[in-house]
Design a protein. Structure first.
Length: 277
């Protein structure tokens, strides 16, 4: 099992799970508590993630919630530039990930602000961000794959497949493509909440350890998602306890990175699970 990734020339040890804090510089993310618009809010959230034990910050400027309005590439870049300037001022040494499916947005974040990872929820552009298929350019490799290879940064590859039987061979094919392009550090995200029904999400969670057969780090992003609040008949604001339960299961099943809204609570999960493993 891969235990390290190279981020900006630093080897990040994943043998103990890391907590990645979410920073949404958007007005319409599904969880209101994660929306940060003003300079003060962005600065406070940045420092909160680090002070509560987070080791990575994932910044996004395009909401992927169902029904979210489309955001142009120029607007996404403008939001990210503003947010990244503040993040870099407050935490200049923080490990940053940019949450985008657009190659040129990824390039801007990496080249202008030293962002260390690309987090792509479109599975290389094959599907549905906010249920809108992405255009594919000509060529055997998705454009985001080619861009990540050019940038030389770790890549978070998320699956929209709704079961492991489809997900594992698709991941294997995509990882092979990335390796052919020279991408060295790949993190797999099974994509909870993307292209999956409530029951399919929990069926995936029940057997998530099978993804370890691919011998790559695993990221889990379930924080306050509908698979929790629909099951518990609540809403995102009432989903923290359910989130912690799933984080506990995910770490036991091999998660190396938890992408979360609530950093302190996720760090506590990791500490407790590590104590018994």
């Amino acid at each position: 099992m891969y235990q390290t990734i190279n981020v900006n020339g630093r080897l990040i040890d994943l043998s103990t799970p890391h907590v990645m804090g979410i920073l949404n510089v958007t007005p319409d993310s599904f969880y209101a508590g994660s929306r940060k618009q003003t300079e003060k809010e962005i600065a406070e959230r940045t420092n909160q993630i680090i002070s509560e034990g987070g080791t990575m910050i994932d910044i996004g400027a395009f909401s992927t919630r169902p029904g979210a309005p489309q955001v142009s590439e120029s607007e996404e870049m403008e939001r990210l530039r503003r947010g990244l300037q503040i993040v870099r001022r407050e935490q200049p040494d923080a490990v940053l990930s940019v949450d985008t499916f657009r190659p040129d947005v990824a390039r801007m974040a990496v080249e202008e602000y030293g962002v260390g990872m690309v987090n792509d929820v479109s599975e290389g552009g094959i599907t549905g961000v906010v249920n809108t298929p992405l255009e594919q350019d000509e060529g055997p490799y998705p454009s985001i794959f080619r861009m990540v290879a050019r940038l030389g940064v770790p890549y978070i590859l998320m699956s929209v497949k709704n079961n492991l039987e489809a997900m594992i061979p698709a991941f294997a094919k995509e990882v092979n493509q990335l390796h052919e392009l020279g991408v060295k550090d790949i993190i797999l995200d099974p994509g909870f909440g993307f292209g999956k029904s409530l029951d399919e999400n929990y069926a995936l969670l029940a057997k998530m350890e099978q993804l370890q057969s691919l011998d790559l780090p695993l990221l889990v992003g379930v924080s306050r998602k509908s698979m929790i609040f629909r099951l518990l008949d609540t809403d995102p604001s009432g989903s923290l306890n359910g989130t912690s339960v799933i984080h506990t299961i995910a770490v036991e099943k091999g998660a190396n990175i938890l992408r979360v809204h609530d950093v302190k609570e996720a760090v506590e999960v990791v500490k407790i699970v590590n104590k018994i493993m």
